[in-house]
Ligand binder design. Structure first.
Ligand SMILES: *Cc1c(COP(=O)(O)O)cnc(C)c1O
Length: 402
């Protein structure tokens, strides 16, 4: 498979951190709830009861999969809403005159943009940095906590570089200090232990479309006793805490998707981490001036984020897309602007090299032949881009930044 250009264009999806396809079993489980079992779970008649029965079963299943009680599971529209609710709710319930949030510099925009919005309303936010592996230190979090801290929010695993954070240790400290602790676990569902008691969390966000469930449905786990109040007002759904007609089909699908993810976890982690390591090893040894962003341990098994010096990540993304390969440069939200990713910059990678970063996120069904094809395409594309790059001298085989 060395001559990529003479082959029919394949379709290789290496952007599972952005979203995943719905598992066919999940789709099948959802279909009846778009059709015959369409009732509103809040209705008192038989149609409603049938739908409510399915929602209750899904809630029970999800609760048992993460070690929670069913009454601690709240259905939301997405991971972004769950993150908003955790932060905005915790800040609002705090009785301190000036409220303070501790978070990290590498959170998803669902957290960071919410924090900056809250800052405009007078809330103080401390953004704790990370080491060059993209991991936050427990001590740095402890030092950032103040007497007016309303909530600490640290993601379980990063969406761009896959770094896995010391959640259980941070949670242990927050519990002793009596401070609410939230984790955005949206990227972690397929590979990490999500048991809320092992993680010592008070709140945890999930989103179904990141683990082969449907888009538009998420979870906020809220430990009993934690008071957040409502951010979406209206009807009495979700025990009066989150209004809006209950989305039966998507909830049923999400529960099924989470059950499958947990069931396949061990096998998935073993297979995908090996394949990912194979990809990283080949890319680093076969593509000159390439580097891995983030560390090799405490990293999601499907994530490889690489920088290719003297070229732009966006140009490489387009070239790979041309060859039928779907990847991402930085986060979806960072692309579209020319700012390098805040996550890669937080690793102290120089901005010019951060510009050449590309995220490859493998999935449950990624095959070795696909990785081999991607390596060939990558080598050819990087070489081609360097030929036209003003920063690279092909004769000398080296480049320099101006
Ligand atoms: C995708 C993602 C979100 C947002 O979830 P949506 O359901 O798409 O709103 C939040 N946090 C992380 C870490 C994510 O990867």
């Amino acid at each position: 498979m060395s001559d990529v250009s003479n082959q029919a264009k394949p379709q290789i999806y290496l952007d599972h951190a952005a979203t995943t396809p719905v598992d066919p079993i999940v789709l099948e489980r959802m279909i009846p709830y778009f059709g015959s079992t369409f009732g509103n779970p809040s209705s008192w008649h038989g149609y409603g009861r049938a739908a409510l029965h399915a929602v209750d079963a899904a809630r029970d299943k999800i609760a048992s999969l993460i070690g929670a009680k069913p009454a601690e599971i709240y259905f939301t529209s997405c991971g972004t809403e769950s993150d908003n609710w955790a932060l905005r709710g915790a800040v609002r319930q705090s009785n301190k005159p000036v409220k303070h949030i501790v978070t990290t510099a590498i959170e998803h925009p669902a957290i960071l943009d919410t924090c900056s919005d809250l800052e405009k309303q007078g809330v103080e936010v401390t953004y704790v940095g990370v080491d060059n592996s993209g991991i936050v230190s427990v001590d740095a979090i402890k030092e950032a906590i103040k007497s007016n801290t309303a909530i600490v929010s640290v993601m379980t695993a990063n969406n761009e570089i896959g770094s896995i954070q010391p959640i259980a240790e941070i949670g242990d400290y927050c519990r002793d200090e009596g401070i609410y602790f939230h984790t955005d676990a949206v990227q972690a569902a397929e590979s990490e232990n999500l048991n809320v008691n092992d993680l010592n969390v008070d709140m945890l966000s999930l989103s179904a479309h990141k683990f082969h469930g449907p888009k538009g449905i998420g979870i906020l786990y809220i430990r009993s006793g934690v008071k957040l109040g409502r951010i979406i007002t209206g009807g009495h759904q979700e025990r009066g805490q989150r209004a809006g007609t209950t989305n039966t089909p998507l909830i049923v699908g999400m529960a099924e998707a989470l059950a499958i993810a947990v069931e396949k976890r061990e096998e998935y982690v073993m297979r995908i981490s090996k394949l990912r390591d194979y990809f990283i090893d080949r890319a680093l040894s076969e593509v000159p001036y390439s580097r891995l962003n983030g560390g090799r341990i405490k990293r999601l098994p499907n994530n490889a984020n690489l920088s290719f010096e003297y070229i732009e990540g966006e140009s490489l993304l387009m070239m790979l897309d041309n060859k039928g390969i779907a990847v991402s440069s930085g986060s979806a939200c960072a692309s579209g602007s020319l700012e390098p990713s805040h996550v890669i910059l937080a690793l102290k990678v120089p901005p010019e090299i951060a510009h050449g970063s590309v995220r490859f996120s493998l999935g449950r069904d990624t095959k070795k032949e696909e990785i081999d094809y991607v390596i060939d395409a990558l080598k050819a594309s990087v070489e081609r881009l360097r030929v036209i790059s003003p920063l690279f001298n092909v004769e000398k085989g080296t480049g320099h930044y101006v």
